[in-house]
Design a protein around this ligand. Structure first.
Ligand SMILES: C=CC1=C(C)c2cc3[nH]c(cc4nc(cc5[nH]c(cc1n2)c(C)c5CCC(=O)O)C(CCC(=O)O)=C4C)c(C)c3C=C
Ligand SMILES: [Fe+2]
Ligand SMILES: [Fe+2]
Length: 366
């Protein structure tokens, strides 16, 4: 049985729905919450693409017995009063985009934050949009670079939910914005502000989340989009080739991942005598465990342990005004051609009494 909007009425005003998504985060920095979260995340075949039965045994037999405790301790280091940074920042981002859209969109719209894993879920976000009357939905995954492991998997979750609906909304998906001029400019702005405050370091690493190299060889061009973002930022800032470098972080498992690795590069640069190093993570639209604990925490320690003086982590774009302006413009570009209030006008021209009588004759509550 396909599901429908509860208490659907024939005179509902159709709205535009915007679902802003990110990866997701555990509900609490505890071992049981991490076990639930990692089981969902690492059980996703888009994320770990190996033989399913073998992976299931390894995941449930080994990884979920050991990693949740370790990961919970790491999450405790970054946890805030309102929850995980990825979630609290996501809430601020959505509130900021909503405020901006309210000034620019003529028709009614609703916007919801949803997470690919954990809460608030994509299923709940889509259902909320449906309850609010959304008949057209735009999905904006907050990943600037497309990867099947992130954006592709988000689409899977959207399709899995929508295929159970009776009325399937018109759907648009934003796949990537790796070379969007507003995004590049926001990154350049935040770097310039950092330089104004702290001066330039000897080098800047642009560190992106990694993935197994095999995925690139099988056609996931995330790597190329990361390179493009980094090149455009460097060009925008007029940086010489030896002033910056792309690296990949957050390795998981024993396979070869995209290289060079951030931690190995940080260590090598410190050993080579470098004293000041800037690191930015352009692929993370919000600060999270991978930036705060891994880069600002672990990698800064690695740098200092091997002779460096200070690794200065440049925060993610988070809820900066230029970032929220850029994301709002991205939404506006992608809803072009979708009529704003025309359906409302059409419906109001109908004879409500006659429509109600016809509906009642069919046993339908109008
Ligand atoms: C197992 C393989 C993983 C792949 C492939 C992967 C790709 C990938 N991830 C992000 C963004 C984020 N990942 C985050 C956390 C995280 N990532 C993995 C594993 C893979 N990611 C794990 C196991 C974890 C959980 C933490 C841990 O136990 O170490 C996060 C942070 C979430 C948070 O709550 O703060 C983000 C964001 C991208 C962009 C990407 C591929 C391009
Ligand atoms: Fe990840
Ligand atoms: Fe990590």
């Amino acid at each position: 049985m396909y599901s429908a909007k509860p208490n659907a009425r024939h005179d509902d005003v159709p709205r535009l729905g915007i679902l802003v998504t990110n990866l997701g985060t555990p509900d609490a920095p505890t071992t049981p919450a991490l076990r639930r979260y990692l089981a969902e995340f690492l059980g996703d075949p888009r994320v770990v693409e190996i033989n399913r039965p073998l992976w299931w045994l390894l995941l449930h037999g080994v990884i979920l017995r050991t990693r949740p405790r370790k990961s919970a301790a790491a999450y405790r280091e970054v946890w805030e009063e309102g929850g995980s940074p990825l979630l609290t920042i996501g809430q601020k981002q959505v509130a900021g985009i909503k405020e901006r859209l309210a000034k620019k969109l003529k028709g009614p719209f609703s916007i919801e934050l949803a997470m690919r894993y954990g809460n608030p879920s994509i299923r709940d976000g889509l259902r909320k949009l449906r309850e609010e009357g959304a008949e057209r939905i735009l999905v904006l995954p907050l990943y600037p670079q497309y990867s099947a492991t992130t954006v592709g998997s988000t689409y899977d979750a959207v399709f899995d939910e929508l295929k159970q609906w009776r009325f399937i909304p018109e759907l648009r998906l934003i796949g990537q914005y790796a070379d969007d001029p507003g995004y590049i400019e926001s990154l350049a702005n935040t770097i310039r502000e950092h330089w104004d405050q702290h001066g330039k370091a000897e080098k800047m690493l642009m560190s992106f989340h990694g993935m197994p190299r095999r995925y690139l060889l099988n056609g996931d061009f995330y790597h190329c989009q990361c390179q493009k973002t980094a090149r455009l930022v460097a060009e925008h800032l007029g940086m010489a080739d030896d002033e910056w470098q792309v690296t990949f972080q957050s390795l998981f498992g024993r396979e070869v991942w995209l290289q060079p690795y951030t931690d190995e590069t940080v260590e090598a640069l410190a050993k080579s005598g470098m004293k000041k190093l800037d690191v930015i993570c352009p692929g993370f639209s919000a600060d999270c465990l991978e930036t705060l604990e891994e880069i600002e925490g672990e990698n800064a320690e690695i740098f200092e342990e091997h002779g460096g003086e200070s690794l200065r982590y440049i925060r993610a774009l988070n809820d900066r005004d230029d970032h929220l302006d850029m994301l709002t413009n991205l939404v506006l570009d992608h809803v072009k051609g979708w009529p704003e209030a025309s359906n409302k006008i059409k419906r109001s021209r109908r004879d409500p009494k006659a429509t109600r009588e016809r509906a009642a004759a069919m046993g339908c509550e109008y």
